[in-house]
Design a protein around this ligand. Structure first.
Ligand code: ADP
Ligand code: MG
Length: 340
């Protein structure tokens, strides 16, 4: 059985919109949706210029996609991959995303690794032509995986011959940051954007109340909780977002542990990160999903600047103290708090 992530996105967004519906006198609002970056993108903009600002956001997201898509042959990522062994000139945008991903690669002890592309391809996650590789094949491919071999600087990227990158763990987060920047340039003060599992909230709702951002329940596709936030990015990586099942019913999801090349299996079924930067939250959500709860807690203490909400496979919610007051549990899972 293959689950359709786009459909899941639409479902998520429609649930989200019910929760976001502000009743009473409605200010000018413009809502639009489209498919880009391999997911459904939903934009709701309030106030003056809502429609033109939303259209500018769409253009910007398409621009980021055209730079960072791993499948579009003309993207900068495809050029870096095709020219591995040589230095390639890239935009400020691509340089920024690669830099951030390498930094979080380092901070996460290699849990986030943008050079995993050969392994991801072998599993078929980019094409949908899924298969279960054997351990030896994965070990061989992992010899071509090492984020530390990527050199980036002054609008250039160097990747050693034979290596391949994939910015799928962070590019949507960056697109969210760019979307907010474009909205602000257009004078918008209130908007909410959903890019698949990523939510980017600008300002507060009209009237000043915070957004209620819904986080999916990884066990039943309903909403697990609400987070009441303003000016925030909320990004979830989950084992339910993209996966296939073998004939005996075992689930293989798309977040790979660079330690062995298999789908990460460190006790986490979903990792939600809240913070200011979509790029950082996105990169962290993938890294923390791979790391598991214990190492994630250590990273949270050492790095700071973000909050996290983990769901474990034994159905517990673990959240960091910055989320306690903004969290409404909609599930029957037990909640524990991590304090500084
Ligand atoms: P989504 O794209 O579904 O929101 P993530 O942000 O967690 O989810 O990114 C997962 C994508 O990142 C995968 O589809 C794959 O392209 C890539 N990827 C998978 N595992 C890793 C990893 N450990 N490090 C870096 N990128 C990864
Ligand atoms: Mg991510």
């Amino acid at each position: 059985m293959i689950k359709n992530p786009k459909l899941a996105g639409v479902l998520f967004v429609s649930l989200l919109s019910i929760l976001l519906c502000s009743c009473g006198s409605e200010p000018s609002v413009y809502r639009t949706g489209f498919i880009a970056m391999d997911t459904y993108i939903d934009i709701t903009v309030y106030g003056k210029n809502a429609e033109s600002a939303a259209k500018a956001v769409k253009e910007e997201v398409m621009r980021i996609e055209s730079l960072m898509s791993v499948t579009a042959p003309d993207s900068e990522v495809s050029k870096i991959n095709a020219m591995a062994g040589e230095t390639v000139t890239v935009s400020d945008d691509t340089e920024k995303v690669i830099r951030a991903a390498l930094e979080i690669g380092e901070e996460s002890g290699g849990a986030l690794d943008i050079t995993l592309r050969p392994v991801i391809t072998e599993w078929g996650f980019t094409t949908g032509d899924y298969k279960i590789p054997d351990g030896e094949t994965l070990d061989n491919l992992l010899e071509k995986v090492d984020y530390r071999s990527v050199k980036v600087g002054d609008n250039t990227v160097f990747l050693p011959f034979g290596e391949q990158i994939d910015l799928g763990a962070a590019a949507k987060g960056y697109a969210g940051d760019r979307a907010v920047a474009v909205l602000k340039e257009n004078g918008v003060e209130s908007a909410i954007i959903s890019l698949g599992g990523n939510v980017q909230a600008l300002g507060a709702k009209i009237g000043g109340t915070s957004w209620n951002i819904a986080v999916n329940n990884p066990f039943n596709e309903g909403n697990m909780c609400l987070l009441k936030l303003e000016n925030a990015s909320v990004v979830t990586s989950g084992n339910y977002e993209r996966y296939f099942e073998s004939e005996d019913g075992k689930r293989y999801h798309h977040i790979i542990d660079p330690a062995d090349g298999y789908p990460a299996d460190n006790g986490i079924v979903s990792a939600t990160i809240a913070g200011e930067s979509g790029l950082e939250c996105d990169a962290l959500s993938t890294a923390i999903f791979v790391m598991g709860a214990e190492k994630a807690e250590k990273l949270w203490r050492e790095k700071g600047g973000f909050e996290m909400l983990l769901v474990t496979e034994d159905k517990r919610i673990i959240l960091t103290e910055g989320l306690t007051d903004v969290f409404t549990n909609l599930s029957d899972m037990e909640v524990s708090e991590i304090k500084r």
